[in-house]
Design a protein around this ligand. Structure first.
Ligand code: ATP
Ligand code: MG
Length: 355
């Protein structure tokens, strides 16, 4: 089984190499032959080839079972007049591989509840899996600007969705709900937006005809923003459009209180999925050996679960991370007063010991 590793920039190489150690260990333990191919993306790819997503990287990704990405970008490539930017590599790989579904699990470890800005009794028991539509909607619809005679400007962005785009992400989310607690929530703004009314119609039909075993409900996005911090533990799978998902998943990422713990996956209809931590390249930490590798290690668990049909292997990694947290081991970002922080590779050592 061939995996492509895209370390990228900043702390990317440090955390991806730690996740690789865990994957190699799991491969041995469960008797799988995992192969790894490292390829260029982002700023380092610009430096070496002039292109943030070289053709060899795309070809290797297409031929792989799944892709594990670190992070791209950093101050070195922030010049706004630059021809090309590291982030362009990431947007292009999503398009090239047709990764239309972004999955983000929000399940704070009970061992880390004191890291949340919300009260323990609100966050406790939260286990949400978000499905954000990633390649359509208002971010990709017709947009433009025109000068007005009065000296002002008129600008517009258009939310466009077609039935097939809604159907494919809804089915993916509904299938996931079936394997979890069988609750599915669709979030829209159907009281105002025409495209949201299409979401509501299409989703209701599929829910009724194909997923009557699920408890299905719809929530308006403004209300959802509120519910996420008043009763996050009542949701199971949440599916929504591109912009609403962008905003709600960032809001939800604060429930666990720490960026360094959260993985995400981007999936298409077939072909390899792309897995990564939700945080960026953290240039302030790069090269210091202090970054938290757990988000990337948890991303590799998602990779085994969703792209390799290896739930036992994924469970083993997640249980090991939980045990390490339970034993009180902390990197600096999740250490509280009085707790000694350990470094990136020591944290991985602890995970390997648990495994
Ligand atoms: P991007 O624009 O790529 O999303 P960003 O500017 O939002 O990046 P990040 O790189 O995600 O910022 O990091 C924000 C801050 O969070 C960092 O400066 C760092 O201090 C902290 N941070 C991010 N990831 C980690 C990690 N894995 N371990 C520890 N701290 C982290
Ligand atoms: Mg950011």
């Amino acid at each position: 089984m061939q995996f492509v590793l895209l370390p990228g920039d900043g702390i990317g190489p440090e955390i991806v190499s730690q996740a690789r150690r865990v994957l190699e260990f799991i491969g041995q333990k469960f008797g799988h032959s995992f192969q790894f191919q490292e390829c260029l993306i982002g700023g380092i790819a610009i430096d070496q080839t002039g292109d943030p997503l070289p053709a060899e990287t795309i070809a290797a990704c297409r031929g792989s079972q799944a892709i594990l990405l670190g992070a791209v970008g950093g101050p070195k490539w922030d010049d706004p007049s630059a021809k090309t930017r590291p982030e362009a590599g990431l947007l292009r790989i999503r398009k090239e591989l047709g990764l239309f579904a972004n999955l983000r699990p929000i399940a704070p470890f009970k061992e880390l509840l004191d890291a949340s800005p919300l009260r323990r009794e609100i966050v406790e028991g939260t286990d949400i899996l978000f499905f954000r539509e990633l390649t359509g909607g208002i971010y990709f619809g017709p947009s433009g600007s025109e000068d007005l005679p009065d000296g002002g400007v008129r600008s517009f962005s258009t939310m466009v969705y077609e039935t097939s785009e809604i159907e494919r992400i809804f089915r993916l989310a509904a299938d996931a709900a079936r394997l979890r607690r069988k609750k599915l929530t669709m979030v829209d703004k159907a009281n105002v937006l025409e495209a949201s009314r299409l979401w509501r119609k299409v989703c209701a039909k599929i829910a009724q005809e194909e997923y009557s075993d699920l408890e299905y409900d719809v929530v308006l996005v403004d209300a959802m923003a509120m519910h996420l911090i008043s009763r996050p533990a009542t949701f199971d799978v949440v599916v929504t459009s591109n912009m609403f998902g962008d905003i709600l998943t960032d809001e939800a990422s604060m429930l666990p209180g720490s960026l360094g713990m959260l993985p995400s996956a981007s999936l298409g209809a077939d072909g390899p999925g792309l897995y990564e931590p939700i945080h960026g390249s953290a240039p302030d930490l790069a090269g210091k050996g202090v970054a938290n590798p757990l988000a990337t290690i948890l991303a590799s668990a998602m990779m085994l679960r969703h792209s390799c049909a290896m739930p036992a292997e994924a469970d083993a990694i997640e249980a090991a991370v939980q045990a390490v947290l339970g034993a009180g081991h902390r990197t600096a970002d999740i250490a509280r007063q009085g707790q000694t922080a350990i470094g990136t590779s020591e944290m991985t050592d602890r995970v390997l010991e648990q495994l």
